[in-house]
Ligand binder design. Structure first.
Ligand code: NAD
Length: 352
């Protein structure tokens, strides 16, 4: 059966970078059916709804979704319900995407882009697996009320063992495809919820004898990520800790235009997108770096379709263009060759 990929270019630089990623997908000639729909501000302009029904239908029936980015100043004054970001939250919830995968890779050629010393980060390749639909971000009860004559704010942290188990499995399975190490991050010395997290991770470990499991408290993990980040392969953690650690890890690489991401459901259906936003400041100028979106295609091939060889081809093509010296303006340095969005896409296609 033909596999379908839903393409959502979105706003700002979204259409430019997804166009290059689609060229890469087509060049691989894997027989996918691609269909494009509207999300975010572009959808608001056309239909009044940031996640219109036609997009919902296509996203639900597709095997995977490739997204550019949404948002921009044009839509910032709209009521909350009509903001482009609502479209993004809407599709994540609609598709039950509970596992967020964010690699932080630093190619040796870009080691100077990091704020850390090149020897600390050069060759860095870690994957943060963040639980996306539970934890204190969604727990009830929550609120701000008056208690005993003063304002009182409260939230509830909770996880069921099945929620922990399913994200744990994603991490172990991802590690099997990589360096075979999982570090589970918690705060078990203070929070019972995360004691359960640690217990369930330990219970899962014997099912993956080829993967080495370790544990780390979140405060130490934050420190180790800047002290010696190359000690990690896969890091798995809950929604709140993952929110913070994945941003910290992505900044180790210093180049936002290079970082892909995946959000998966229970059947490895996924939404794939660059980690950056719609960059309205450079939209329409052929300046955006398309590599994060092209690398998101590699993740799509690997995680939804299990096409490891094709994923590796895309990643190697990206490595090759960096080694050849091509740089978009966000990663440009003296002595390299400046390329626009399209030229970078051309170079990747040539390397493929
Ligand atoms: P941003 O990531 O869009 O831009 C931050 C900076 O990085 C800008 O200077 C931009 O030019 C640069 N940049 C980002 N991607 C780049 C690329 N591929 N190549 C070269 N340079 C790149 O973040 P922002 O400015 O805070 O947000 C802009 C808009 O994007 C807002 O409307 C925000 O809500 C939205 N946003 C969307 C997503 C998403 O769609 N997932 C994520 C974050 C922000």
């Amino acid at each position: 059966m033909t596999k379908k990929i839903c393409i959502l270019p979105g706003d700002g630089i979204g259409p430019e970078i997804t166009a290059e990623a689609v060229r890469v997908l087509n060049a691989l000639n894997l027989g996918f059916e691609l269909e494009t729909a509207l999300l975010g501000g572009a959808a608001v302009d056309a239909t009044g709804n940031p996640y219109p029904e036609a997009t919902q239908k296509l996203a639900r029936e597709a095997d995977a979704v490739l997204l550019g980015a949404v948002g921009g100043p044009k839509w910032d004054a709209l009521p909350r319900e009509q903001r482009p970001e609502r479209g993004l939250l809407g599709i994540r919830k609609d598709l039950n995407l509970f596992a967020n995968l964010r690699p932080a890779i630093l190619y040796p050629e870009l080691a100077n882009a990091s704020s850390l010393k090149p020897e600390v980060v050069s060759g860095l390749d870690i994957l943060i697996v963040r639980e996306l639909t539970g934890d204190i971000y969604f727990g009830q009860p929550r609120g701000i009320e008056i208690r005993e004559g003063e304002r009182f704010g409260f939230n509830t942290m909770h996880y069921t063992e099945s929620e922990i188990r399913r994200i744990g499995r994603v991490a172990f399975e991802a590690a099997q495809k990589r360096g075979k190490k999982v570090c589970s991050v918690d705060k078990m010395n203070v929070l019972e919820t995360t004691q359960l997290w640690r217990d369930v991770m330990n219970e899962l470990a014997p099912e993956y004898p080829d993967v080495e499991l370790s544990h780390m408290l979140v405060d130490n993990a934050a420190m180790q990520l800047v002290r010696a980040p190359k000690q990690f392969d896969v890091l798995v953690t809950g929604n709140m800790f993952g929110d913070i650690l994945s941003d910290e890890a992505s900044m180790l690489t210093g180049s936002i235009g290079m970082l892909p991401s995946a959000s998966l459901d229970q059947h490895n259906k996924g939404l794939y997108e660059p980690s950056h936003g719609s960059a309205p400041d450079i939209a329409g100028k052929n300046l955006a770096n398309p590599l994060a979106t092209i690398l998101s295609v590699a993740m799509l091939l690997r995680y939804t379709f299990n096409l490891e060889e094709a994923a590796g081809r895309v990643e190697n093509a990206v490595k090759k263009v960096l080694a050849q010296g091509y740089r978009t303006s966000d990663i440009f340095e003296a002595g390299t060759q400046k390329a626009g969005t399209k030229e970078m896409g051309d170079a990747v296609l040539a390397a493929l």
